[in-house]
Design a protein around this ligand. Structure first.
Ligand code: V0V
Ligand code: CO
Length: 144
């Protein structure tokens, strides 16, 4: 079961300036900073609200650490803006199998390491009406 919006992924040219915008304009605070070399990203997680399933919803601000990363290529082609949405589940593997059986392509055979110790997979945007969709199992309730 998918039980929350885990995060909205927003790609930006300058991570620090974008964090400053979300903080100064809306008052959202960074609750986690991380680099993920496998994905070629540097990211900031800003917690928006806690969710009834015991976890939380975040904005995920994403900067690129190299031009040939997914985010780097997307920035070059599209500029900055909303990149993906992520749904939370307590069973990313099971959800991936179930959604795949409905004819939606998952990008990875096995879940990969995501933000804050989570396990993640992605669904192809062409099978999701133009929305790159991520599935997330968080490490522990509300982990940071
Ligand atoms: C590409 N397309 C998108 C899209 N990216 N449509 C909607 N949203 C997006 N984000 C469309 C694009 O417009 C093309 O459509 C088509 O898909 C092929 O695009 P492409 O530019 O040739 O790109 P590809 O095929 O090289 O890569 C697209 C995929 C790639 C989805 C395969 O982005 C990917 O592997 N994503 C998963 C990893 C990822 O997103 N990492 C960054 C976040 P037309 O022009 O053909 O019609 S990492 C993260 O969120 C973490 C770690 C976390 O949350 O913990
Ligand atoms: Co994400």
């Amino acid at each position: 079961m998918l039980t929350r919006i885990d995060h909205i992924g927003i790609v930006c040219f300058d991570l620090d300036k974008t964090v400053e915008f979300y903080s100064a304009t809306y008052g959202f605070e960074v609750t986690h900073l991380e680099s993920n070399e496998e994905e070629g990203i540097r990211e900031a997680m800003l917690k928006i609200n806690e969710t009834p399933d015991g976890y939380a919803s975040y904005l995920q601000l994403l900067g690129s650490t190299r031009d040939d990363s997914v985010v780097g290529k997307w920035l070059a082609k599209n500029g900055e803006g909303v990149h993906h949405i992520a749904f939370g589940t307590n069973d990313v593997s099971g959800e991936t199998v179930a959604i795949r059986s409905k004819g939606v392509r998952a990008l990875y055979d096995e879940p990969r390491q995501g933000s804050m110790g989570s396990r993640i997979n992605f669904l192809h945007p062409k099978d999701c009406h133009g929305v790159l969709t991520e599935l997330v199992t968080a490490a522990t309730p509300d982990s940071e």
